[in-house]
Design a protein around this ligand. Structure first.
Ligand code: FES
Length: 143
């Protein structure tokens, strides 16, 4: 291979790899993933998981070994949270979180931070769980 063609080919390969790495980092950099605990039929996380320096995380992703899909918990204010099952209502793929929206990597459906369908092919809102806060703990009812 000629030197010029070799350098050009390497340059494109590096650009491609760099773009992929950045895109992967963007996809997960804003997500705080934590392990919740189960208390009876509630998934429980401490309120402090939202603390981020002098402000708060907009959302956290909560996992537990007994859950097939994680739960994305959005914090709107001190006592207002939304807990959404990260299962696409189209064909069940696990969703990814991008700020105030959840996206399906399978066919592109998008949902709001309240679980409402924003773009199909999904036509059903996400499953949302009731949330209560007491004693600095967030209880997500999985009933
Ligand atoms: S499974 Fe999510 S859009 Fe199809």
């Amino acid at each position: 291979m000629e030197r010029k063609k070799f350098i050009k080919a390497c340059g494109f390969a590096c650009l491609g790899g760099g773009a992929l790495a950045i895109s992967m980092l963007e996809g997960c950099s804003g997500s705080k993933i934590i392990a919740g605990t189960i208390d009876h039929s509630d998934l429980v996380v401490p309120e402090t998981v939202f603390v981020h320096g002098n402000s708060f995380h907009k959302y956290v992703v909560v996992q537990h070994a007994q859950l097939k899909y994680p739960v994305c918990v959005y914090r709107f204010r001190e006592t207002e949270y939304t807990a959404l099952l990260m299962r696409c209502t189209h064909q069940g793929a696990e969703l990814q979180v991008f700020g105030d929206r959840l996206e399906c990597p399978a066919h592109g459906s998008q949902f709001s931070d309240k679980g409402q369908v924003k773009n199909g092919p999904a036509d059903t809102n996400l499953r949302a769980f009731p949330v209560t806060v007491k004693n600095n703990q967030i209880y997500i009812s999985l009933k």
